[in-house]
Design a protein around this ligand. Structure first.
Ligand code: SAH
Ligand code: SF4
Length: 448
């Protein structure tokens, strides 16, 4: 697992005993993941008087996304009978955390279980948190499995089980914030209010060009609302989100858009769009839509510099070849040297790692404000690819650096908890193998 910068191929598995088509208990509808208008409709439907709806939506929004409560009972400034009315019709409960792991390097991984939707089965997906100096990145999944079949990606060997809903995408963020203690309590908010003046002073200092703590400064600069300023002043653990878990986010556009707009809403979770990165294998029409409707940072899983190689590594290239992909990147709104597009490039020995490839890459990206993430390939059982030699990766990086590109080589994170990219599916398969072994050992004992 790596950072921003980072990516993970999250996994999905069917929980033990989940039978096909098994009926889930009737759940109350959740209020998480709805935009303001949908919340207003929900409140109107349970009889909240029209003149109160706006105020109620604002109150709910604050409790759900600034304070992060997971129970209506905790919404202490709402009348008891109103809380009871909400609880009678809706839920705001978090999904079940099936497992939580902490790596020696501080990386955390959660296995979340989501209920069946319709006639489907319950599903499980992984979300990974990577702390680094001055930042903390959450790697979020958009689908269970993937319809695409990139030949070096373990997720690509799994069929698509289903799209995640906006609620489920957002829930990954909320659960991680719960577990990291990243929602401020009343006292924290009060303290932040006091520190606000400090932030204002820092902004003033920044305008005069004086040196400052970069994270706080960034947060303060990006803050567009009272909540955002307060959260910036309170400090936070999750500073960045990357849609780099399992799935192709642009093939689940509506849900991803809704979840990310809520994550970046200045009256709620207040994560700046500059700190949210959507990674795509190259769904060209989706890139134009994301530019027009979403405006988050873009990462492209490039991995090759000619169509022939890319067709083999990232087969969606047959539908949207390199020229179209790069044209969409050139047209992406808001791209500048301060807001670069990230190009991910997995280093595969003798496939895409020659000096000539590096030179072609430089030519290909000409004119696009870009940074290039070189990703040492993470092998998985059954793959025919190998990671490039370290020396070759450095040679490749040198050529890019000399051409003026920032091209960090990303060290995997969380290897000991199988959180590195491409390892996650093997983790669940290994579990299944262990489960199988445990079962057969049990049977042997029983028959002895
Ligand atoms: N589906 C989206 C989001 C997934 S991001 C996309 O493809 O962009 C996951 C990133 O990790 C992608 O760049 C993907 O190509 C890369 N990746 C997948 N498997 C990998 C592996 N085994 N080793 C290194 N990188 C891998
Ligand atoms: Fe893996 Fe992304 Fe390709 Fe899907 S689109 S197979 S998640 S690399």
């Amino acid at each position: 697992m790596m950072s921003d910068r980072l990516f993970c191929a999250a996994t999905a598995k069917e929980p033990p005993g989940a039978a096909a088509g098994s009926a889930a208990p009737a759940e109350k509808p959740s209020l998480i993941g709805r935009d303001r208008q949908e919340l207003a409709h929900a409140l109107t439907a349970i009889g909240v008087p029209q003149r109160q709806v706006r105020m109620r939506v604002a109150q709910l929004w604050h409790w759900l996304y600034v304070r992060g409560v997971a129970s209506f009972a905790d919404m202490s400034n709402l009348a008891k009978d109103f809380r009871a009315l909400l609880a009678q019709h809706f839920t705001i409960a978090r999904p079940e955390i099936a497992a939580e792991q902490l790596s020696a390097d501080g990386t955390r991984k959660w296995l979340l279980r989501f209920p069946a939707r319709g006639a489907g089965r319950p599903v499980e997906i992984e979300t990974v948190y990577i702390p680094e100096e001055g930042r903390g990145t959450l790697c979020v999944s958009s689908q269970v499995g993937c319809t695409l079949t990139c030949s070096f990606c373990h997720t690509g060997t799994q069929r698509l089980v289903r799209n995640l809903t906006a609620e489920e995408i957002l829930a990954q963020f909320l659960v991680a914030k719960d577990r990291l203690g990243d929602f401020p309590d009343q006292e924290g908010l009060f303290g932040a209010r006091v520190r606000r003046e400090g932030v204002a002073a820092m902004r003033a200092a920044a305008r005069q060009g004086r040196a400052l703590a970069p994270v706080l400064l960034d947060a303060a600069e990006e803050a567009e609302s009272e909540s955002a300023v307060l959260l910036a002043a309170a400090g936070r653990k999750i500073t960045n989100i990357v849609m780099m878990g399992m799935g192709e986010p642009l093939y689940n556009f509506e849900a991803v858009k809704k979840a990310l707009l809520i994550a970046s809403d200045g009256e709620g979770l207040s994560l700046s769009k500059r700190r949210i990165t959507l990674s795509t294998s190259g769904v060209v029409p989706g890139i134009y839509r994301a530019g027009a409707e979403l405006g988050v940072m873009l990462a492209i899983s490039l991995h090759a510099v000619d169509d022939e190689t890319r067709n083999m590594l990232v087969p969606i290239n047959k539908k949207y070849p390199l020229a179209e992909l790069l044209a969409a990147c050139r047209a992406y709104p808001g791209v500048s040297n301060a807001r670069r597009i990230t190009f991910e490039y997995v280093m595969l020995r003798d496939v895409n790692d020659s000096v000539d490839d590096a030179k072609k890459l430089v030519r290909l990206l000409q004119g696009i404000p870009a940074k290039i993430n070189l990703i040492p390939f993470n092998p998985w059982p059954g793959t025919n690819y190998q990671c490039s030699d370290w020396r070759q990766i450095e040679l490749f990086a040198d050529i890019l650096n000399k051409a003026g590109y920032s091209s960090p080589i990303r060290a995997p994170r969380g290897r000991d908890i199988m959180a590195a990219c491409g390892q996650l599916k093997s983790a669940s398969e290994r579990l299944k193998k262990l489960e199988r072994e445990a079962l057969s050992a049990g049977r042997e004992q029983a028959s002895a």
